[in-house]
Design a binder for this molecule. Structure first.
Ligand SMILES: [Zn+2]
Length: 94
């Protein structure tokens, strides 16, 4: 159980959100991978994280394929999009 009030979204260099998670210890490893992948993390409230996921390209970056020849392999690895609510349940983007 957690009473997380904040989370992170991860953006690729193109600006698209490719990951989101609330800030609870269970998500720490994945959030760490996002940093290693060179994604830009933004700390937001959980409500702001949810709002960000309504962006048209959130979790469906259209640039992954077209960028693939221009960037390093590590930076094009598709990040598994994950969002956990404060109770630790996976949240699906609607
Ligand atoms: Zn993109």
């Amino acid at each position: 159980m957690s009473d997380a009030t904040h989370g992170y979204i991860a953006r690729r260099s193109c600006g698209c959100i490719v990951g989101a998670a609330v800030d609870i210890p269970r998500n720490g490893a994945e959030i760490g991978r996002w940093v290693k992948d060179g994604l830009a993390l933004e700390r937001k409230t959980v409500a702001e994280v949810r709002a960000a996921l309504s962006e048209p390209t959130a979790m469906r970056c259209p640039h992954l394929r077209s960028d693939s020849l221009l960037v390093t392999p590590a930076s094009v690895r598709v990040v598994q999009p994950t969002l956990f609510d404060p109770q630790g349940r996976k949240v699906q983007k609607s």
